[in-house]
Design a protein around this ligand. Structure first.
Ligand SMILES: [Zn+2]
Ligand SMILES: [Zn+2]
Length: 81
């Protein structure tokens, strides 16, 4: 049985889209926070929050979704240019 997702509400907000409901995901060593709105995984450390590359987001249960959304974002960016 999969463990219940641990959702943080109002404690951190996504620097990219401002969503303040993030899911804590952990691979047992490090904990990251996934934004379900823009599908970015964030690593929070010592008051500093940095995006985790979707290719490697450790412990993320939405890995495929992260990758897909990331690819879509890249395509959208290319179209702009
Ligand atoms: Zn976000
Ligand atoms: Zn992820």
């Amino acid at each position: 049985m999969a463990p219940e997702p641990h959702l943080l509400q109002g404690e951190l907000s996504c620097p990219r889209c401002g969503n303040d409901v993030l899911e804590a995901v952990s691979d047992g060593i490090q904990t990251n926070f996934l934004c379900h709105q823009c599908w970015t995984c964030w690593h929070w450390e010592l008051g500093w929050i940095a995006p985790v590359p979707a290719l490697t987001c450790p412990g993320c249960r939405h890995h495929e979704e992260c990758l897909r959304r990331n690819a879509e974002r890249q395509e959208a960016r290319t179209d702009d240019e």
